[in-house]
Ligand binder design. Sequence first.
Ligand code: NAI
Ligand code: SOE
Length: 360
Amino acid sequence: MSKRSPIGVGIIGGGFMGRVHTAAARSAGGNVIAISSSSLARAESAADELGIEKAYGSVDQLLKDPAISLVHICTPNSSHASIAKAALAAGKHVVCEKPLATSVEEATELVELANKSGLVASVPFIYRYHPLVREARARISEGEVGRVLSVRGSYLQDWLLDPTDDNWRVSTDEGGASRAFADIGSHLVDLMEFILGDRISMMASVAKTVHPIRGGKPVNTEDEAAVLFQTPGGVIGTLFVSQVAPGRKNRLLLDISGTTESIEFNQESPEVLWIGHREGSVLMPRDDAQMHEDAARLSVVPAGHPMGYVDAFAGYVRDVYAAVRGEKPNGLPTFADGLRANKVTEGVLKASNSQFWVEI
Ligand code: NAI
Ligand code: SOE
């Protein structure tokens, strides 16, 4: 496929992510052909809002459209696995939102199917696409940080603070057995392991439901989780996720200490990386002249012209489409990374329920 031939794209799910994926697909040169949602009426309303030519009332109809070669699955968690399976069976490349599935078994099957198909199968762990995340990763892999000793990671939100706050993510039927960890802890672990090049091997955890009733219904999913972990590379650390932390909107923060320097990345201020030294700590701006190659690659406007979440999403989708054209973009998150997140999430619940250390 030539670099110029636009990829025919179908969007499944017309909510928050349906809108963000549509914008990112267009920005990456995709031709958004059709959208489907939970009903024809919803698909039509999303198509009108987003200027998409065709609206389908079902996923099956969309998957039969020969003009579509890649689908973006932007639906609630429990529907991901069956839609991704059907899309691969229909020969479509797949971008499937996280969590890839609501069980390790389903995610494992999807990885196997994707491998057999030879199609591009990716999960949008898009925080990997901030240029300064790539800078942090390069500083570790190239030895500038020294031997990594410890990590303190957190992902805090407040949109479920009150017992009256509700969403499909709260219910196990639609969201899965884990809520806060599957929803945002999955990003945090993916980002940490991506930057470190090392993985959690052992963990202990406490998961807590702060509001046992929401909207008059009993709640079985956690609002917060605290995790203590270690890695084969000798890193120890803590992770904390919460959807009930007043004033915190989407604060994904990683604070990493090595023997030579420390690094702090905060998703809400993605244009600077704090680099700590015993003497001479600095706030490094996103600036091609100062960054490693893979960071500069994702920096699409000159320093001083702020980039953020939407740009990271566009950078991610550009890499997916490059993979469809046969390239091998550095750091593209695959279904195997989605499965990894499912395994860690399952480990968090298991460790919390048993109150024992769990091996991942
Ligand atoms: P949302 O509730 O805003 O939208 C979900 C949409 O899916 C709705 O339009 C609904 O009508 C539609 N839908 C439900 N069942 C469907 C089905 N079977 N077939 C077709 N459409 C269906 O949810 P949101 O926030 O867009 O989240 C969607 C997914 O994206 C979730 O899995 C979430 O975890 C993930 N997400 C990922 C983000 C990231 O940064 N990678 C950011 C936000 C969400
Ligand atoms: C809600 O918690 C949410 O939209 C998550 O679903 C996303 O994955 C995260 O990136 C932002 O917050």
